[in-house]
Design a binder for this molecule. Structure first.
Ligand code: HEM
Length: 240
């Protein structure tokens, strides 16, 4: 591994993951320290019992119907972005361990084809959603309400996706070689296997990891922390 790759795809990954976890823990600690309101803050229509409250919490957190009422087109793209994000996260778990139950059922070639189709589709869905959300911010009234952070975050995610999709569509590295790199990180001895060092997409991988690490570091201090805070705020919104 050359020194730059070692710094970015080695050391910075540990820094990124540590700041991501500790940063989120710190933000949750800060929320717990805030004095509880003596007034019930639940919004109408109030749920009738605990089950209804649980259902409302689930619905508001994962399907945000408030957004659908205001802007249905945006709601569709935001939903696609979130579903795509979760699917991409699940897809990346294959870099740690093979999904043996699927691989056994499909065989090696079938699995490679399945990964290419599912990964490619998810990558495109994410790219289209983020592009829409960026374009939307260039139009009034959203433009007038946007601050630089809104653009910065979307552009950062867009760049990560462009590199990720490049790896998926033009990469010449087998998943087993990516896995060897991830396992070297887990063993605290970061190294690229020969196949990555010699591949034409090594620098795309390093750039994908670099931009992802920037996102991990920024995440707890940006508005993306809403993905954690939304549970608490929806719990308050559904107070009876
Ligand atoms: C350090 C963290 C990350 C590493 C090591 C990593 C690694 C990779 C690798 C090796 C691929 C190519 C997979 C293949 O062709 O077999 C890939 C693809 C991709 N990555 Fe990442 N990635 C990281 C973070 C992220 C993040 C944070 C996002 C989203 C915001 C993301 C989105 C994607 C997408 C959309 C693809 C293409 C679709 C797919 O193959 O799943 N990655 N990534």
């Amino acid at each position: 591994m050359d020194w730059f790759s070692y710094l970015v795809a080695g050391i910075l990954v540990y820094v990124g993951v540590a700041i991501f976890i500790l940063g989120i823990a710190f933000r949750i600690y800060q929320w717990f320290k805030v004095k509880r309101s003596s007034v019930k803050l639940g919004m109408f229509p109030k749920p009738k019992n605990r089950w209804a409250r649980g259902f409302k919490l689930f619905k508001d957190t994962f399907f945000y119907p408030q957004v659908m009422g205001v802007d249905p087109v945006m709601w569709v793209f935001v939903l696609l972005l979130h579903i795509g994000g979760i699917a991409a996260f699940i897809g990346h778990l294959r870099l740690f361990n093979e999904f043996t139950f699927i691989a056994n059922a499909l065989g090696d070639e079938g699995m490679a084809r399945f990964a290419a189709w599912s990964g490619g589709t998810i990558g495109i869905i994410l790219l289209v959603s983020v592009t829409y959300l960026i374009m939307r911010r260039f139009k009034s009234p959203y433009k007038d309400l946007s601050i630089p952070e809104d653009y910065l975050l979307l552009v950062l995610v867009l760049v990560i996706l462009l590199f990720g999709n490049h790896l998926r569509f033009f990469g010449d590295v087998h998943v087993a070689d990516y896995r060897e790199y991830i396992h070297s990180l887990l063993a605290f001895r970061p190294a690229f296997p020969e196949a990555i060092v010699e591949s034409s997409t090594k620098w795309v991988l390093v750039s994908h990891v670099l931009t992802s690490n920037l996102l991990f570091i920024y995440f707890p201090f940006s508005k993306l922390i809403h993905s954690v805070g939304t549970f608490a705020s929806n719990l308050v919104r559904s107070e009876v």
